[in-house]
Design a protein around this ligand. Structure first.
Ligand code: PMP
Length: 407
């Protein structure tokens, strides 16, 4: 079955606009995806009909809002194959999910001389929380190397892991290169040494089928806004046993069972980690984003995106001065590159003048850019609503831009 992309595009109001007199071509999906109308309607609908604080209310609106809120939690459980809803914690985003683990699990279980493993291709949000923790605990942060294609060197990982390793925190798919890491194998190996594994799923959850029970990861972090959902909302999945043993993240309402001035007892998971009034509207609206994905199916989405990626690869390779960055065999639909002799930002600005939205710079992966010996890249990232015609438009513009320096 092939997807009807025109029909899908109709669901996204934002796509139907001109930028600098040209039809918008939105290729910045790795930064954030656009939102279908159903998500926008659900956001407004909540405030128009159901606005109320959740969980403790005795009235109809509170009951309705609570049911919708918890329905999304159930849908996320199904979406990632978790055993139970209690293992799904709402956060602000991938960044907060990782910070939550660093400041609760990390503070409790990491001690002097312990090791935490990450990789060369991590996003800053999967580097800095561990650096802060390691400094506090006098633990060591070790970095798994990659090859020129931007693939993880698994043999090196196997040499690095030891009884000292307490945690491996690894990106599933790189936002800067698109490389997909063999996380299942990494998790299996890490568990042999008793280490826990956090998977940064910010870029993988929108493209790949995720089954946390099959992967056997201890934690999975991701953001709703990269999954056609609202900004300011993320998820931390954790195995029940691990979450139960972790201290709470923030103190406040909702996360308690009983408070006295002498002692407080904490709520059950997941509420133990959800202090204060949560992001109710965005959680409720996220349900519609998940329904959008489920209606099409991840397999179909991936197939379409793979098709776009290989089409763009062939089209851009023809352009004189085109230098791809990250050529891993297994990739999500991210195409990072440079144009010989040109600064990525200038290329991005010239594309924007034609209505083409790409990201330029270090993509919050400065150590990775340093490893490649570059300042940054131009990044085109494709989503289910993109088309080959849009890639043709970009290829034509890019060819003209590249000619400035590559005659
Ligand atoms: N990890 C990866 C791989 C990402 O791509 C991103 C977002 N660019 C993040 C973490 C952080 O996500 P957020 O900003 O939504 O917290």
């Amino acid at each position: 079955m092939s997807l009807n992309i025109e029909e899908i595009r109709e669901l996204f109001p934002v796509l139907h606009q001109q930028v600098h007199g040209n039809p918008l071509v939105y290729f910045d999906n790795a930064a954030t995806t656009q939102k279908p109308k159903a998500v926008l309607d659900a956001l407004c609908g909540y405030y128009e009909r159901d606005n109320s604080n959740i969980h403790r209310g005795a009235h109809t609106l509170a009951d309705r809002a609570t049911r919708y809120y918890e329905k999304t939690r159930k849908s996320i459980r199904d979406f990632i194959g978790a055993k139970e809803e209690a293992e799904i914690i709402f956060t602000k985003g991938t960044t907060e999910s990782i910070n939550l683990v660093a400041s609760t699990y990390g503070r409790k279980y990491i001690s002097e001389g312990d090791e935490i493993l990450i990789s060369t291709m991590e996003h800053h949000s999967n580097i800095v929380p561990w650096q802060i923790l390691c400094e506090e605990k006098k633990a060591n942060l070790k970095v798994i190397p990659i090859n020129e294609a931007g693939e993880l060197l698994c043999e090196e990982f196997e040499k690095m892991i030891s009884e000292k390793t307490k945690l491996v925190s690894i990106v599933h798919a790189s936002n800067a290169l698109g490389s997909i890491n063999p996380v299942k194998e990494i998790i299996k190996k890490a568990h042999e040494f008793g280490a826990k594994v956090l998977v940064d799923g910010a870029q993988s959850t929108s493209h790949l089928n995720i089954d946390v029970q099959d992967l056997d990861c201890d934690f999975l972090a991701f953001s709703a806004h990269k999954l056609y959902g609202p900004t300011g909302l993320g998820v931390l999945y954790g195995k029940r046993k691990v979450l139960e043993e972790m201290p709470p993240y923030q103190g406040g309402g909702e996360m308690i069972k009983e408070v006295s001035f002498e002692k407080t007892t904490f709520n059950e998971i997941p509420y133990k980690f959800e202090a204060g009034t949560p992001n109710i509207a965005d959680v409720i609206a996220f349900q519609k984003a998940l329904e959008f994905i489920n209606n099409i199916g991840k397999k179909e989405i991936k197939k379409h995106e793979d098709d776009l990626l290989s089409y763009a690869n062939s089209a851009f390779t023809e352009i004189k001065g085109f230098i791809p960055v990250g050529t891993a065999k297994e990739k999500v639909s991210v195409l990072s590159f440079n144009i010989n002799g040109m600064h990525p930002f200038d290329v991005g600005m010239m594309l924007d003048a034609k209505g083409i939205a790409v990201r330029t710079g270090h993509h919050c992966t400065q150590p990775l850019m340093k490893w490649f010996g570059i300042e940054g890249t131009v990044r085109a990232s494709f989503s289910v609503y993109n088309t080959k015609q849009e890639i043709d438009l970009m290829a034509a513009s890019l060819a003209k831009i590249a000619k400035i320096k590559n005659k």
